[in-house]
Write a protein that binds this ligand. Structure first.
Ligand code: DGJ
Length: 715
């Protein structure tokens, strides 16, 4: 990094092929000269030349000065896009003119920018860090230096993208179909994605990206932003007729939700921004490398989970569950997770939420007999909870009807018969903490599946003010406190499947539940796009029953296993219904997962750009290039009689690899008269270079079949 040296007035951050160049020569907030490809080891004089050359002409019938995109774009400098800061003191001080006070290294490889506006009596500190992964992290701290309250409407991170980024990409979705991609041209105006669900949402953008036209999984330049926050959000891409084009992200605040009293401060959630020269895979790499470098990233082998939900639903019966655990142990499961239905009054999904006591009718001796049995079979034990929710039909609600999050005097519409518990009420927060703490202290629990099964509607605190912000922070505090008290317990973020997937919740949880769709076909897409943000070890993925409960679709075992393998693997299936032959296949599948999980959970993800839209090709390549596992998944029927040559990208071009089919859970033989000769021969040896450009032919697959290929370098 070249911090502001007092001479050049520029700051240059570089990491992993990414540059961020700031120009602090004007008295205001630094402008962003460039965020994107590495500018190289340029001298201060060269950087000055770059910054000078980036200043545009002044057009006719326009402002008489060039308008920069500063770190917090301001109207006072002529910026007419969405401003970085919106707020006022009853209409006054709605616009700022920040003066730079300091631009200095933060001592940890980042930059600290401090600026103040003596007229509006506001000051801001911007923390910027370009991580070794190339991921840029940015957050703002705003202080009210005045004598009157300042109502904050929005405080955003805004980053310019170059004119060649002409195509937009993000994700949307719904229950069972999280993370469906959408893309369209980046034209003038604003493309705005708002999350107003009080949780991250099935339909969250996850990453809003702009790229060069036609960018793919492995090609083109891409710039993307993610908001590390689990409440309401705004992400946008905006282009003006003056030529500016930006990506922006901010927490979405309700009217009057954040009012800073004199001397008070507000710290925004972090915005994460990635640049890639190698298509979307480069964006994924930056996020994965960043997440994997965190000290608290899960590094122990991700256990094989056996979850009870689709196996027994609410039918909690000790004999049935111990029998399930026995089969789980037989096939090699390592963690038994008792899902919804264990607590007081919870015989179905209409009652009981909030009463976090083991139901004495169902469990007269508590959970101990089940836990002891599970432990005796060598599995650890996990428990489902949904601490942020309450059923009206619960003792908790009968005792504290005023603990429902909503405008006082009216009840928000129910969702799955439940309401949100107002965790901004200190007594409610303490009560829930106390119950969770007691459960974890009294029982041998290694894992919590922490669920959250509804959107927040009209979320208001007891005074009737918008409260998504405070509720989100209260949930974070609850998780943080529990983790401090029970540091060994892992937590999964589940939200009706994958409706709470973001880097805010992942600061305090150890994996997310990808989706309630255990249907492998749906999961292929859901997992592909979840992996734009998260590496596979953070995404729960279970082998479901032959007929998917949520979609009614049937799929063979090999496809189901071959899909779940590329995640934090497990089962969600009544394994007691399997026969001896199936169990042998499951044992072999678990053995494959255990053998491969280090590769799967530390390697680099690869998503090929395949010419046949009916198929997906993805894989994981070891960081040192020595091994790899690829999956060719046939999603729908192909327009071709036989699959086009499959090119395997991302390998070391100079090494020779032996490619061997991995017939996971029995595998697929294909539906051709004769297989490609190399397939019949059992393996093929080629260099990474030729595998990427000449590739391999594969057997012919029916829809919902997948072939797995294992690669080992021989040289
Ligand atoms: C929704 C989750 O996504 C499911 O896996 C299951 O835990 C149910 N909730 C239980 O109510």
């Amino acid at each position: 990094m070249i911090p502001d040296d007092g001479v050049s007035g520029l700051a240059h951050l570089r990491s992993a092929g990414v540059s961020l160049l700031l120009d602090a020569r004007a008295p205001g907030l630094p402008s962003v000269v460039a965020w994107g490809p590495d500018l190289g080891d340029a001298s201060p004089a060269e950087l000055v030349a770059v910054a000078d050359a980036a200043v545009p002409a002044v057009a006719q019938s326009a402002l008489d000065v060039p308008v920069p995109v500063s770190l917090l774009p301001e109207r006072s400098l002529g910026y007419r896009g969405r401003p970085g800061l919106s707020g006022s003191r009853a209409g006054r001080d709605f616009s700022t003119a920040f003066v730079l006070d300091r631009l200095e290294p933060d001592g940890e490889g980042g930059l600290l920018v401090a600026a103040s506006d003596p007229v509006a009596r506001l000051s801001v500190r911007i923390e910027l860090r370009l991580h070794p992964s190339g991921l840029l992290q940015m957050r703002h701290r705003l202080s009210n230096d005045g004598d009157e309250p300042y109502a904050l409407d929005e405080l955003a991170a805004v980053l310019p993208v170059p004119a060649r980024a002409r195509e937009l990409f993000d994700l949307t979705g719904r229950w069972l179909r999280e993370r469906a991609p959408q893309r369209h041209p980046f034209v003038q105006g604003a493309f705005l994605r708002e999350g107003r669900r009080g949780r991250t949402g099935f339909d969250a953008s996850l990453v809003l990206a702009a790229g060069t036209p036609g960018f793919g999984n492995r090609t083109g330049e891409v710039w993307g932003v993610h908001l590390g926050w689990s409440g309401d959000s705004r992400l946008w891409a905006e282009q003006g007729s003056d030529g500016h084009a930006v990506l922006g992200a901010a927490e979405l605040l309700g009217s009057g939700e954040l009012v800073l009293g004199p001397g008070e401060q507000h710290l925004t959630p972090s915005v994460f921004a990635a640049y890639s020269r190698r298509g979307l895979d480069g964006i994924g790499d930056a996020f994965h490398d960043h997440l994997r470098a965190r000290p608290h990233h899960p590094r122990t082998p991700r256990p094989v989970v056996l979850n009870t939900w689709e196996a027994v639903y609410f039918d909690h019966d000790l004999a049935r569950l111990t029998a399930l655990a026995d089969v789980g142990a037989e096939v090699g499961a390592e963690r038994f997770v008792l899902d919804d239905g264990w607590f007081r009054g919870r015989r179905d999904d209409t009652a009981g939420l909030g009463d976090w006591y083991v139901d004495p009718q169902v469990w007269p001796e508590g959970l101990t007999p089940l836990i002891a049995h599970v432990r005796s079979r060598g599995l650890d034990f996990g428990l489902w909870v949904e601490p942020e929710m309450v059923n009206v039909d619960s003792d908790l609600h009968r005792a504290h009807p005023d603990w429902v999050l909503g405008v006082p005097g009216r009840m928000p519409p129910a969702w799955r018969d439940q309401q949100v518990l107002d965790l901004t009420v200190p007594e409610a927060w303490e009560h829930i903490l106390g119950r969770l703490d007691a459960l974890l202290s009294e029982n041998d629990i290694a894992y919590l599946k922490w669920d959250h099964n509804r959107d927040l509607v009209e979320a208001a605190d007891r005074e009737g003010r918008p409260a998504v912000h405070a509720q989100t922070l209260a949930v974070y505090r609850l998780l943080d406190t529990l983790r401090e008290r029970h540091p060994g317990v892992e937590i999964e973020s589940c939200s009706s499947g994958g409706a709470r997937v973001d880097l805010g919740i992942l600061e305090r949880t150890d994996r997310v539940w990808g989706s309630d769709a255990n249907d492998a076909l749906e999961r292929q897409g859901i997992q592909r796009w979840t992996s734009l943000l998260l590496p596979p070890e953070l995404v729960g993925s279970h082998v479901g029953p032959p007929h998917a409960h949520t979609t009614g679709r049937s799929a063979g075992l090999s496809f189901r296993v071959g899909t779940a393998l590329f995640g934090s693997f497990g089962f969600e299936w009544d394994l007691t219904t399997t026969d001896a032959a199936e169990r042998e296949l499951l044992k072999a599948a678990v053995a494959d997962y255990k053998r491969l999980r280090e590769l799967l959970h530390t390697g680099r993800l690869v998503h090929a750009d395949v010419p046949d839209p009916s198929a997906l090709l993805h894989g994981v390549v070891a960081q040192d290039g020595s091994t790899a596992l690829f999956c060719y998944a046939q999603l729908t029927s192909s327009a071709y009689e036989t699959p086009p040559a499959v090119l395997l990208p991302g390998l070391d071009p100079d090494r020779r690899y032996r490619v061997t089919p991995l017939p996971v859970a029995g595998g697929h033989r294909g539906i051709q008269r004769s297989s490609p000769p190399w397939w019949d021969a059992g393996s093929n040896v080629q260099s990474g270079r030729t595998l990427a450009v000449a590739g391999l032919r594969l057997p012919v697959l029916n829809p919902e079949q997948a072939l797995l290929l294992e690669l080992h370098a021989e040289s």
